[in-house]
Design a protein around this ligand. Sequence first.
Ligand SMILES: [Zn+2]
Length: 399
Amino acid sequence: MAFDPVAATDVIMSALSAEQLAKAKAYTIGSHWLLLWNFVVGALVAVLVLRWGVLVRLRARLERGRPRPNLAAFLVGALFFLLSWLLSLPWSIWADWKREVDYGRSSQPLADWLGQGALSMALSVLLGGLFFMGLYALIRRAPKRWWIWGSGFAGVAIAVMLLISPVLIEPLFNKFTPLPEGPVKVALEELKAKAGIPDARLVMFDSSRQSNNFTANVSGLGGSARIAIADVALKSATLAEVRGVTGHEIGHYVLGHVWRAVVMLVVIAVLGFWLVNRLFAPAARLMGAQGVTGIGDPAGLPVLLTLLALYMLLMTPVMNSNTRISEAEADNYSLNLAREPDGLATALVKTADYRYPYPNRLQEIIFYSHPSVSWRVRNAMAWKAKAMDKAVDSGAASK
Ligand SMILES: [Zn+2]
């Protein structure tokens, strides 16, 4: 009997119970709403800080005597990042910790979550402070065209972050170790060699510290690039599944998807900074930013960031459509490299717990950073059907 990809997809998807699907749907749709609520909370915090006037006072104090614009921009930015972390903490505890634990997506104790949150806050105070120090220097030097220079600067900053992240930042949050010796390591080294990237580093990490999600990722650029597989995935997956997933990550690496994302962000930043430049004055009035002298005043950072956050919220479908294309390409790369349609498919089903597999088309376009799991499984089965046809053809031809 001929292989039927539709029937095979149904069999694989039937591993998900009705109860599992209902929970995944509630979790996924709730996460989409969180995009909006996160923006609302951020905007409220910004308004609160602006009306309090603490940033204007700090900037004025720093400029008493001789002007020190870079120091003022850095410290005002750092203070705002610290304040907004503190003010939105009750919300973050609910949205990013409690909700994840309640849905079974995380088993992290609150104390550990808070410790890591404080660490990432410290990083954003330092790195965010430095970034906005640079951006305000550009605004002072090129008040009319800073949005062009600023996007280039943002692109460089993102590339630098990607370069240093696997070496300096990610090890602060997780432990990265070489794959343990054994059949999995042998199989994955073989896959890497077949892809022509024998030098790429392949590591595992204790993602279970923060999350129970079945996952893997590529990070870094050039010499710092590496493919990391979650301990959650290594523990619960078959060899075929690990091969399928690793093939997908190798695909991201070989096809240069990190670079594509950087270029995309720079293009998005040009338009975003241009809009911020236009809308700053009315937005500052609307938000009650008393004492802020204009867009070049670092005390107006909460206005600038709220406008950017609103813009990024509206750009969600554009960003997601870009990554969805990369994700489909990585799946196809994996199928051709690892030739594990069933392994890839059953591994994908394990991600359906946090990505409801049956969105409607509009939900998928707006909110999904990956094609839906049902589509991806069907795609893997279609590949399998074609591969079986080819095998039959070549079998017939050799007779
Ligand atoms: Zn991917």
